[in-house]
Design a protein around this ligand. Sequence first.
Ligand SMILES: [Zn+2]
Length: 86
Amino acid sequence: MNCTQVTTTLQAYLDGQTDEVTTRPMAAHLQDCHHCGLEADTYRKIKDALACRAQPDTGAADRLRGFAKGLLRRADRTPPHQAPGD
Ligand SMILES: [Zn+2]
């Protein structure tokens, strides 16, 4: 397996979506090749960071949904052409 093949398959490999035929040479290459090993490390860190953020993000999504609902309600109450006092 060469660096190009590793790069194109790396995401699937880290997601555990590759079969044994791919996984084995991939793991060997990542150990031997500094460049690809570094790239795999970076992907792993990004994945970990995203996984850590998954929890607080659900709260943020709820807040955003509430905010959007509030905006819609305000838009319903405001007459489209004439504001009161005009
Ligand atoms: Zn490589």
